[in-house]
Every structure is written in C-alpha cells, then in structure tokens.
Design a protein around this ligand. Structure first.
Ligand code: ATP
Ligand code: MG
Length: 428
C-alpha cells in the first residue's frame, strides 16, 4: 500500500472545515488591516534562499528540498515565504508605488526536510505578512497586532508575545565581537554546528537547540546591552506603540530568530496552554532592513511574520476550543421509486439553483435507510417524495430538529423552504 510521504498529511473533510474556518479568519483579518494577498510560485531558484535566508541557517544547511529540473537549473521548493515576497517586490518594482509600505500577505504550503514530530511537518501551510518600504516603528506594532488578532479571533486565550531587539548593524557588530570573546575559549565544548557558527554567525549559537543548557548560554553577552542610542530609541517606540494598542509582551534578550536577515525587532508568539507539546512557538517574525537590497532592490526596510496553520490548530486543540462545522446540508431529498426519483432530481436542482445545499440518495434505498443518512449528515430538512405525493404534485417536508412535517406543493417547495430558513435564522 502506498502511503503519504513522511512528514505530510491528508486533510480529510472532518478536519478541512477547521482549516477553512481559520483561513477565513485570516483573510478577514488581513482585509481589516488592509494587507493584500500575493501568490508566488511554490518553487524558486535555489539562489534566492541561499542569498536571503542565509548559508548558516538550518533551513539552507539541511532542510531544503532542492532539485535540478530537466534544464539543469537548481530549483528549491520554498521553505518560507519572505524571500519570494521580497523577490516579487523587487521584480515588479513595487518600491516605486506611491504608498509605502506595501502590505502583503501569503498563505500556502512550505517545504522543509525536518525530523517529523508533533507540530513539525515536511509540508506545512504558512500564513505570513510583509510590510515593505517603511521603517516606522508603528508598522512593527501593526504587524504584531495583526498576528495577535488572528489568534484571538480564532479563540486562543493562552498566548504570549515575546519580544527582543537585534539592533542595527553597528549594534550587532559590537555584540558579535563580545560573543566571540565569550564563546571562543570554550567552543570545543559545543556542537559542530556551533563551532561553525562562531566564525560565520555567532549570534546563532544562542539559537542552538542542542547546547541551550550550556552554562555559557545564560551568561552570554546580551544584545540589548549593546544597542546603540538609535536602536535603543527605536525599540522604546515599538514598546510604546504596543502599550497604546493594549498588547502586553515579555522581553527575552536571548530571542534570536533562525533566519539571517533579521535586524531590530524580533518576536515570537507562543502558546502557554498546558496541553501543548514541546514546541510552543506559534509564530515568528521580525524586521529585515537589508533584505530588499540584498535581492537587488533599492534600500527598503521591511517587517513581517509567519505562522503555520498546523500549529494554530494544535493550539486550539490544546485549549479545547471547538470549531463549529457549518457545512451540513440544508435539505435531503428522499425519493421512493423510479418516477419520484426523476422529480426528486428536479427538486434538488431547483434547491441548488437558489443556493440551498441539497442532497439525495443514489442507492435506491428504503425510506428508513435514507432517513438515517439524512440524520447522519445533519440535514436540517428532509423531503419525502413517493408515488402518492407525486400524484398530488406535492412533497412532504420535515424539519428534523422539531419533527414538524408539512405537505407542500412541489412548485412552492423552494419558496417554502426559503421562508422557513429565514425565520429560523431570524430567531437564532
Ligand atoms: P522552529 O524553531 O520551530 O523550527 P523556525 O524558526 O524554523 O521554527 P520560522 O522559519 O520562523 O520557524 O517559521 C515561522 C513559523 O512557521 C513557526 O513559528 C511555526 O509556526 C511554523 N513552522 C516552521 N516550521 C514548521 C514545520 N516544520 N511544521 C509546521 N510548522 C512550522
Ligand atoms: Mg525550524
């Protein structure tokens, strides 16, 4: 038997309605904040990710699905969405638009060759936003607010925002020197990755999952102590805006995002629900003021975040938030006999034509079996059409919740149902 590849999953109807609900919340929130959707290809030139995400990151070093196409080009299934969005911003000269920042969102599958575990898949769906073309600290606050809103609207309560500033290049260089001085004498006590990081990108040592408990980690020089005046002032403004928006946060000087292109603001949103597994990060984001230039555009500051729908759904489960399935059919039409079946098809069609969801039986089963189906499918109304009803050009319409039953002329069945459904909606 052929099964799904490791790290991927089928999303069956009993789950897919949850995805649709969450996706609708996301699109609605983006609209409220006026972020517009961008759709980029699922694969890109490999160089896009090595250049933007960075050679020293886990993603580029060991997680990319890279392949050669038949024209010998190196292509990669996208592991994240920022690189493609910024590439498109440059390629389509969006920096030339009069209103900056350009506010974009994306939602779609990403691919990373990772060890499978709860909350970690090889294909997962990321929703992310990017605001490119402004360095205003108010934009940072807006981006964070949007992410928090999505979680709140989805029904999560146990979430916290963790915030840090990585500072500008000058601050980072000063901090980097301090880090090297701190770790270099005892770097042989660290993993091979960290030994490489010491040379290439010592900041990322702080993000190491293997050596996180080493005593030198806790005593490492903290970025926030190395922020120059400008970077510190910038960080203070963001905090003030967040406070104005009533968004509380926790400061974590060791919060370092995995990707190379971040500076200034870095943040994560975590689940604090007790039932949540080992991986508690729901979303991560930050500012990337050098990325547009790195990808060939004019210097344009940007900020964004990404979250996976998988982890959002896991968090909802951990908090036992129920998502309602509103996709049950309005009407189930039962036909008893060949001639009634012809008429039943017409009734189903006219119901559907007027936007009412309707189904019928395709196994010529007995009344009782069909009634059971209607029940299982949580249909609101059942139509019963036998020879007798047909002879009087009418149909029995039964409301399952109340048991009310009415004989209605076939020609009036649709308007009868519409009226019933309207009054029901009005009283709910
Ligand atoms: P982690 O530290 O968990 O590996 P990351 O730093 O690799 O996270 P990002 O690249 O910042 O994560 O991705 C942003 C968000 O995308 C994460 O916070 C998480 O919600 C989600 N995400 C990342 N990798 C996966 C995955 N393999 N499966 C499901 N969701 C993922
Ligand atoms: Mg990762």
């Amino acid at each position: 038997m052929i099964k799904v590849p490791r790290g991927t999953q089928d999303i069956l109807p009993e789950q897919s309605f949850k995805w649709q609900t969450v996706e609708a919340i996301i699109r609605d929130t983006c609209n409220v904040y006026q972020y517009k959707e961008i759709r980029t290809p699922i694969f890109e030139h490999t160089e896009l990710f090595t250049r933007s995400v960075g050679d020293t990151t886990d993603i580029v070093q060991k997680e990319m699905y890279t392949f050669e196409d038949r024209g010998n080009r190196s292509l990669t299934l996208r592991p994240e969405g920022t690189a493609s969005t910024v590439r498109a911003y440059v390629e389509h000269k969006l920096f030339g638009q009069p209103d900056q920042p350009v506010k974009l969102y994306y939602m779609g599958p990403m691919f990373r060759y990772e060890r499978q575990q709860a909350g970690r898949y090889r294909q997962f769906v990321q929703f992310g936003i990017e605001a490119i073309g402004s360095a205003d600290a108010a934009v940072d606050a807006e981006v964070i607010a949007l992410a928090m809103d999505v979680y709140k609207k989805a029904g999560l309560k146990d979430i916290k925002l963790v915030l840090n500033s990585l500072g500008d290049t000058e601050s980072r260089t000063a901090h980097k020197e301090a880090l090297v001085a701190h770790f270099a004498p005892r770097i042989d006590e660290f993993c091979g990755d960290c030994q490489q990081r010491l040379e290439k990108n010592p900041l990322r040592i702080l993000d190491c999952k293997k050596d996180r408990d080493h005593e030198l980690m806790a005593s490492a020089p903290q970025l926030t102590d190395y922020l120059n005046e400008e970077s510190a002032a910038y960080f203070e403004r963001i905090k003030a805006y967040l406070e104005a928006l009533d968004i509380s946060y926790e400061l974590d000087p060791n919060l370092v995002r995995g990707l190379d292109y971040y500076n200034h603001t870095a943040f994560e949103i975590m689940s604090t629900a007790s039932g949540f597994g080992a991986i508690t990060t729901l979303a991560g984001g930050g500012r990337y003021n050098g990325l547009v230039e790195e990808l060939g555009g004019p210097s344009s500051p940007g900020i964004g975040f990404a979250m996976s729908i998988e982890r959002l759904l896991l968090a909802l489960e951990a908090e036992q938030v129920e998502i309602e399935d509103n996709s049950a059919s309005d009407a189930y039409v039962i036909a008893l006999g060949d001639v009634p079946k012809l008429e039943a098809m017409k009734i189903v069609k006219s119901l559907r034509d007027s936007g009412i969801s309707a189904e019928m039986d395709y196994a010529d089963r007995k009344l009782k079996a069909q009634m059971k189906s209607a029940d299982r499918k949580k249909s609101q109304f059942v139509f019963i059409l036998g020879e007798d009803e047909l002879n009087s050009r009418s149909v029995q319409i039964k409301e399952l919740a109340t048991g009310d039953q009415q004989m209605v002329a076939i020609e009036e069945a649709v308007s009868y149902l519409q009226q019933k459904m309207n009054t029901k909606e009005a009283t709910q």
